[in-house]
Design a protein around this ligand. Structure first.
Ligand SMILES: [Zn+2]
Length: 231
């Protein structure tokens, strides 16, 4: 082998080692925690089953994600939405609309409180806005509803948070809200989060003033209560 060839072989070996190190870093957080969202979603389904809620798993959820290449869901919190409709077809949340491709959320709760797992990759749900509000929620307990910032900026929660669409025009129906609180609590338990890292879409942007209509301070308290009850 010539010196140049040896050089190339060495470079290739170093390249392989670097690729393995980078891949390991992407898969494992320091401390060895798996960050594959599909694993967390599967655990969330198990936790809900332990509490009597069966999740309807929409075929293909493990691979489903938004169409922009290279965007990876790395959840630090949860964004909750109301659909603005009394009754939504889960296929719409899965496939999207003419003006907005799906998935429109990772999870969906329908008018009767049925929970659907739609996608484990990033979804087109929140759009721009709320970097500071999101950081406040992720950083510590916020016991009151936050006012959205005056401007949106160019940050989007889509790849930073689990997203949940829940049926409701105005406030969520009782059954829908009850299931939603449990779903969000189960996501927290699966992620190992100790304080309420859940934010309403209306707290992220002024574009969505009633999304959801429910008070988010009270919602966060109910999620914490549920987590405490579950132990
Ligand atoms: Zn929304």
């Amino acid at each position: 082998m010539s010196g140049t060839r040896k050089g190339w072989a060495l470079a290739a070996s170093i390249g392989t080692v670097l690729a393995i190190v980078v891949a390991a870093f992407l898969i494992l957080k320091p401390g060895g925690k798996t960050v594959d969202p599909a694993v967390t979603a599967r655990r969330t389904v198990e936790i809900l089953a332990e509490h009597g809620i069966e999740v309807s798993q929409v075929e293909g959820w493990e691979e489903r994600q938004g169409s922009s290449a290279g965007i990876r869901l790395e959840p630090e919190g949860v964004v909750v939405h109301h659909t603005g409709s009394a009754s939504t077809d889960p296929a719409l949340v899965t496939e999207g609309r003419n003006d907005l491709p799906g998935p429109l959320a990772n999870w969906f709760v329908d008018k009767s409180g049925k929970v659907f797992l739609i996608a484990s990759g990033y979804s087109n749900n929140a759009g721009y806005g709320g970097k500071d509000a999101f950081a406040q929620i992720v950083g510590g307990q916020v016991d009151h509803e936050l006012a959205a910032a005056a401007t949106d900026g160019d940050w989007s929660a889509n790849s930073h948070a689990w997203s949940v669409e829940a049926d409701g025009r105005g406030k969520w129906p009782k059954k829908t809200r009850a299931a939603l609180v449990k779903l969000v609590a189960a996501i927290h338990q699966a992620e190992g989060w100790k304080h309420a890292r859940v934010i309403g879409h209306k707290e992220l942007t002024r574009r969505k003033p009633a999304d959801p209509a429910d008070d988010m301070g009270k919602f966060r308290k109910d999620v914490l209560k549920t987590l405490k009850k579950w132990g």
